[in-house]
Design a protein around this ligand. Sequence first.
Ligand SMILES: Nc1nc2c(ncn2[C@@H]2O[C@H](COP(=O)(O)OP(=O)(O)OP(=O)(O)O)[C@@H](O)[C@H]2O)c(=O)[nH]1
Ligand SMILES: [Mg+2]
Length: 329
Amino acid sequence: MFETPRVLDAQGLLDKAFRKASKATTAKGRTREERTKNLAVAKIQAAGDALASTLESYIKGFPSLDRIPPFYRELIDVTVGVAALHKHLAAADWARTKILELSRQSARRVQAARGAADVGSVRREAFGRFSSVVKQIGTNLDALEAARRPLKRFPDLDPEAPTIVVAGYPNVGKSSFVARVSTAKPRIAPYPFTTQGVTVGHFDVGYTRFQILDTPGLLDRPMDQRNPMERQAISALAHVAGVVLFILDPSETCGYPLSSQMRLLDTVRESFPDAPVLVVEAKADLARTDLGRPAMSTVTGSGVQKVLDEAVRLATRSAPASAPRARAG
Ligand SMILES: Nc1nc2c(ncn2[C@@H]2O[C@H](COP(=O)(O)OP(=O)(O)OP(=O)(O)O)[C@@H](O)[C@H]2O)c(=O)[nH]1
Ligand SMILES: [Mg+2]
C-alpha cells in the first residue's frame, strides 16, 4: 500500500553521500587557491545535499501521520507504533536540517581558510560532522527500515467500496472462503495463525466492486492480551466492516471448541454493535449444528454462493429482491 523507499543504514547513507562528493573533481576559479576552495565547497555541498535529499525522501515516503484514515493509523499503531514512527521521522528531519546547516557553515569556513592545508582540514572536519550527525540517528534509520515492511504489506483499501470483513477463530477456514470467492490468494494451512495480517481481495457484482478482507484468527480473550496480529483483525472490524462475516467451525477440527468460538462471537457483537454480523458455519462436509445458520464447505463448494449472496446483500444494505447476485469463483 505505502511505497516507501528502502532506508539505508547510517554507514550505507554516508557511503552514498561520500561517493557523490568524490565525483566532484574540478572547480572553476581564477587562482589556484580559488579553485582549491571551490572544489572543497563543491564536495561538501555534494555530500550534504545527498544526505539531506535522501533523508527527505525517507520522510516523504512514509504516510503523513495526521492525514491517514483511522484504519491505517491503527494498523501503524499495532505494527510499528504511531508514536515510535513519529519519533524516528522527527530524528531524520532533525539530521536533515542539521546537515544543511553544517554544509552552509563549512562552506563559509572554507572561503575564510588560509592555504590548501587549512582548506583540507575544514573539509575533513565537515565530513566528520556529517558522519557524527548521521550516526546519531543510526538506530532511527534502522527502525524506519523495519517499519517500512509492514507498511508495504498493508491492504490497499477503497474507502467507498462495500466491504466484507471475514473474522473468526484461527484455522476455521476464513482464508479458504476468501480465496474461493475473490481475487485474493491467501495462504491456507491446517494450523492456526496462518494469516498474519489483514489482506484484501475483490470481486464484482454487476458493476459494483466489493472488497473482502481476510483477517488473522481471533482468540476469545481480553483486548489487552491480544497480540499485534489479532489487533490488526480488530482494527479491520472497527473501521472498515460494512458487514462482518463471522465463520464458525462446528467440526472443531480448527482445534478450538465451538463454545469458545461462540464467546468470541458475543464479544464481536458487543464491541461492534453498528456492523451487521452474518454468522455462518464452515466445513459443512465434516459437521454442522443444525441451528439454522447458513452452512458451507469450501471443499465441496456447497453453500458458498448462498453465504456470499447474503454477505453482499448485507454489505450493500439493499432489499433482498434488488440485491445483485454474486458469483463465487
Ligand atoms: N474439510 C474441510 N476443511 C476445510 C474447509 N475450509 C477450510 N478447511 C481447512 O481448514 C484449514 C484452515 O483453513 P484456512 O482457510 O487456512 O483457515 P483460516 O481461518 O484462514 O486460518 P488462520 O489464518 O490460521 O486463522 C485448512 O487445512 C483448510 O484446508 C472445509 O470447508 N472443509
Ligand atoms: Mg487465514
